[in-house]
Design a protein around this ligand. Structure first.
Ligand code: NAD
Ligand code: DAU
Length: 377
């Protein structure tokens, strides 16, 4: 029996990780530790909430005493740490909350794990602290080929096709940290604390840095669910700047699969980059999204392009992210399983079929956030 705390399990990625572990490992006890901030939603886990190997605990990762008590109560062997403030635009408005949750919260998880594990006769034997981070810590890459070039690797996605890259440079595990937003600065800081706990106390840690995720249950402040919902409701689609920024998109279930592989087989003290080998300029992605939603809703193809509204750019907007995840493929055999077009079709279908989930979130408090966020753009 393994007892694993997954933090942030009621959020977007965390809920997929919890679901995968609860279903795949009936002999593990999965403890989902989540504060249920605006981004946490237990409706994301309705299908597994009654499973005997699943426990939900409402707690704040900054609350060291409670976390230590939980470690002792559940004899925790492993931590998969996803809880964080995750939205860049919110970090620009409210950087303190990001420093508190992402830096102090991670430190309090580390310190609680350390106090508990060091109190055991076996100490760190068989234990693991796995920290989930982002490619944004590396900063931004240049766009040396605005029209796109064939990437210097072949993607292993199901169809075997590969997509364009917009420059020769990629983020590697060895790339120097250079965060630009309060969000990425807070994640970078938390990554440093995790590595420091390995180097100083010998804690068995692993860090992964992943690219942009998309798929079911993503909070609709993020580009893809926001735009699907706005197309459906005939609302403007606020494209930041010229829509030229490039992101590397990965289907969330492929990220959860990578987390499973790395948690079990990853080497202690290593870093692994996780990415989709799937770069898209925002505006090109938005056009694919519009085409897919229009088709699903029976609108004339591309008719929702009239909703595109160019708005003031995000402050400090990173131009291009592109992950090289060859290390993960070569050492642990992980690769993305879905082509982007297939992933987008599944994603659009999910949001349109789960309108109640969306309506529950977009009514009430979120409505005020949305109005406020876009009022002056
Ligand atoms: P999310 O915002 O959807 O979910 C975050 C979860 O953390 C929520 O359930 C929230 O209630 C919980 N939480 C927040 N503060 C907490 C606290 N103080 N105590 C306990 N729980 C708290 O985030 P996400 O998009 O699922 O991202 C999860 C993790 O993955 C984050 O660490 C993020 O930095 C990282 N990441 C995200 C992406 C992406 O594209 N979304 C890509 C790479 C890495
Ligand atoms: O790269 C990984 C990161 O991806 C994660 O660490 C973050 O938690 C996650 O939020 C995501 O960050 P981004 O800022 O890239 O995601 P977002 O969906 O906010 O924006 C994607 C791109 O679309 C970005 O270039 C900004 C742009 N955008 C976004 C919104 C919300 C718009 O043009 N209009 C919008 O309304």
């Amino acid at each position: 029996m393994k007892n694993i705390i997954i933090t942030g399990g009621a959020g977007f990625i965390g809920s997929h990780v919890v679901r995968l572990f609860v279903n795949k490992y009936p002999d593990y006890h999965i403890i989902n530790l989540d504060k249920l901030t605006y981004a946490g939603n237990l409706a994301n886990l309705k299908d597994i909430e009654d499973k005997p190997n699943y426990t939900f605990v409402k707690a704040d990762i900054c609350d060291f005493d409670t976390i230590l008590e939980l470690m002792q109560k559940y004899n925790v062997d492993g931590v998969i740490h996803l809880a964080a403030e995750s939205h860049v635009d919110r970090s620009i408005k409210d950087p303190f909350t990001f420093a508190k949750t992402n830096v102090i919260g991670t430190l309090s998880m580390l310190q609680a794990a350390r106090c508990y594990w060091e109190s055991l006769p076996e100490k760190y034997e068989g234990k693991r602290f796995y920290h989930i981070s982002t490619d944004e810590v590396y900063g931004a890459l240049e766009m040396t080929h605005p029209e796109g070039i064939e990437p210097p690797f072949t993607t292993t996605a199901s169809s075997g096709e590969h997509h364009l890259a917009y420059g020769e440079e990629f983020f590697y595990e060895t790339t120097k940290y250079n965060p630009h937003s309060p969000y990425s600065a807070s994640k970078a800081s938390s990554d440093h604390f995790v590595r420091a706990f390995h180097d100083t106390y010998g804690m068995p840690t692993i860090v992964t840095n992943c690219s942009n995720n998309y798929g079911p249950y993503q909070f609709p402040e993020k580009l893809i669910p926001l735009f699907i919902n706005n197309i459906r409701n005939r609302k403007p689609l606020p494209v930041y700047g010229k829509g030229e920024n490039v992101r590397d998109w990965l289907y969330v279930i492929d990220h959860a699969r990578a987390i499973d592989t790395i948690f079990h087989d990853g080497k202690i003290a290593e870093t692994y980059n996780i990415g989709g080998f799937n770069e898209w300029k925002n505006i090109d992605l938005i056009k694919v999204l519009i085409k897919t939603v229009d088709k699903a809703l029976g609108n004339p193809e591309g008719s929702s392009e009239e909703l595109i509204t160019y708005v003031t750019d995000r402050a400090g907007h990173d131009l291009r992210y592109a992950i090289d995840s060859s290390k993960l493929k070569n050492e642990l055999g992980w690769e993305p399983s879905l082509q982007f077009e297939e992933g987008i079709e599944k994603t659009v279908a999910w949001y349109l079929e789960n309108q109640e989930w969306m309506d529950n979130i977009t009514s009430g408090e979120y409505e005020n956030y949305y109005k406020d966020m876009y009022a002056n753009r």
